[in-house]
Design a protein around this ligand. Structure first.
Ligand SMILES: Nc1nc2c(ncn2[C@@H]2O[C@H](COP(=O)(O)OP(=O)(O)OP(=O)(O)O)[C@@H](O)[C@H]2O)c(=O)[nH]1
Length: 447
């Protein structure tokens, strides 16, 4: 995500860091480089102009030149301006649930932008938050779109409302909302038809649906890979429908970042969620500050911690922590931890949230290693799993044979466990006396 922009900005910061003395000229040059990096990332030129004038004004003020760490202050100015352009601390990025259910959400956008997949992702998101959801297939032109939503519904165990013989999208939407009311659903998500281009008939249909059901949210789904086109189409949809927000999909691809950085300024509407993959859990609420940190390669520990909290039952984690504190880590714990990590998503997506990893482009993580480790541990006896010190040469040979691996792989795993135990000791020292580990403490640990 945003690898090129990340690299370019970091090159600017590095150059500034290398200067013996920072002068007005250095700063002007750095600002110019930031401007180029943004333009190359396909950010709307008006947005770049505003961004740069804000950075320049702050950077040339007393703040940077008189500071003891001018490079750090400069990075902070760029970071803060990124947060600003992405939406600041505006609370409108959140979906407001209607106090009188169901909350009605209408998804609009061009064909192929990822609307239907996003309908499924949103349903999963609400489901995780304890809401009962109804998905509505309101595309009367493409039966395949109805099939796609029904498959997603089955997968998620979420009800799907569809009427294959009905040719009136407004009628379907109205009936669906009625159905949601009588079935006491909390949220109803309407997947509308897409077109290859904006056309009047489509806009008219969408306006009529809006008028008929009075949605709480009209979310425009945009494909980040299409850059400024996505921004222009969002602008038109907003002018016609007065959308309430944007969901940007395919941020996992090689989107340069232009759409994400421009859409808010150009449409005046907040980005609310981002899609980061084809799977249903590759979906995150959008937070301007976290995204800015990711663009600058500072990682996003807060999202990582939240993913962990989502995936791991508190009870499970607490039990594990107490046991580790008392006895140290054994192979059973290692297996359990791997299961927890797997629940959080792909290892690659987790790594990318860590500081220093986000700018590395595509990280090739061989997930089959996980399987080999599992096989090794599964080939140990219960005693061996809890006490690795008894693993002598003949036991290691037996385990390697049983798991289809080699003795050196078994040795490597033992070393990893020893290493992890060392780390645990370090953590324990750092956090001793504290009853609760909060997100800031974790952030410090990774600095
Ligand atoms: N990599 C990636 N692919 C995505 C993401 N969201 C959707 N896709 C893919 O984009 C393609 C189009 O998605 P759909 O959900 O069918 O798009 P749509 O807008 O509903 O299309 P129509 O039904 O034709 O209007 C599919 O192959 C999805 O798997 C994402 O966040 N990342």
């Amino acid at each position: 995500m945003f690898a090129t922009l990340h690299d370019k900005l970091n090159a600017v910061f590095k150059k500034i860091k290398g200067q013996a003395k920072i002068t007005e000229d250095n700063i002007k040059d750095a600002v110019k480089q930031v401007r180029l990096a943004l333009l190359e990332a396909d950010v709307n030129y008006k947005v770049v102009k505003k961004f740069i004038s804000a950075v320049q004004e702050k950077a040339l003020g007393e703040e940077v030149l008189k500071s003891l760490t001018p490079d750090q202050v400069f990075i902070k100015i760029v970071h803060d301006e990124l947060v600003n352009v992405l939406g600041g601390d505006d609370q409108s990025t959140k979906i407001k649930l209607n106090p009188i259910p169901p909350t009605k959400i209408m998804l609009v956008g061009l064909q192929g932008s990822g609307k239907t997949t996003t309908a499924g992702k949103l349903a999963k998101y609400f489901q995780k938050n304890g809401k009962d959801v109804l998905l509505v297939a309101d595309d009367i032109y493409r039966p395949a779109a109805i099939d796609q939503l029904e498959i997603l519904g089955k997968q998620l165990k979420v009800d799907v409302f569809s009427k294959r013989d009905e040719q009136d999208a407004v009628k379907i939407a109205k009936e669906a909302v009625q159905h949601a009311k009588s079935a006491a659903k909390d949220v109803v998500i309407i997947d509308t038809a897409g077109r290859l281009h904006i056309d009047e008939t489509l806009m008219e249909e969408l306006k009529n649906i809006k008028e008929a059901i009075n949605p709480d949210e009209i979310l425009f789904v945009a494909d980040a890979m299409t850059g400024q086109d996505a921004v222009n189409v969002a602008k038109t949809f907003n002018e016609m429908l007065d959308i309430t927000g944007v969901i940007l999909t395919k941020l996992d691809g090689d989107a340069r970042g232009g759409a994400a950085l421009s859409i808010r300024e150009v449409t005046g509407k907040p980005l609310k969620f981002v899609g980061t993959g084809e799977k249903l859990d590759a979906f995150e609420p959008f937070y301007p500050d976290r995204m800015a940190s990711r663009i600058l390669g500072m990682g996003d520990i807060v999202t990582l911690v939240e993913m962990a909290q989502d995936a791991i039952e508190e009870d499970e984690a607490e039990k594990l922590a107490t046991k580790i504190q008392k006895k140290g880590l054994d192979f059973n714990d290692m297996l359990q931890q791997m299961k927890m990590i797997k629940k959080m998503g792909s290892f690659e997506s987790i790594l990318k949230l860590l500081p220093g990893f986000s700018g590395l482009g595509n990280i090739d993580v061989d997930e089959s290693n996980f399987k080999r480790i599992e096989a090794i541990i599964n080939s140990m006896t219960p005693l061996e799993r809890t006490n690795y010190k008894i693993l002598n040469a003949s036991r290691k040979r037996r385990i390697a044979k049983g798991s289809g691996t080699s003795v050196s792989e078994v040795n490597k795993l033992i070393q990893q466990l020893q290493q992890m135990n060392k780390m645990m000791k370090k953590f324990k020292k750092q956090f001793s006396g504290k009853d609760k580990i909060d997100k800031n403490m974790l952030k410090n640990l990774f600095r």
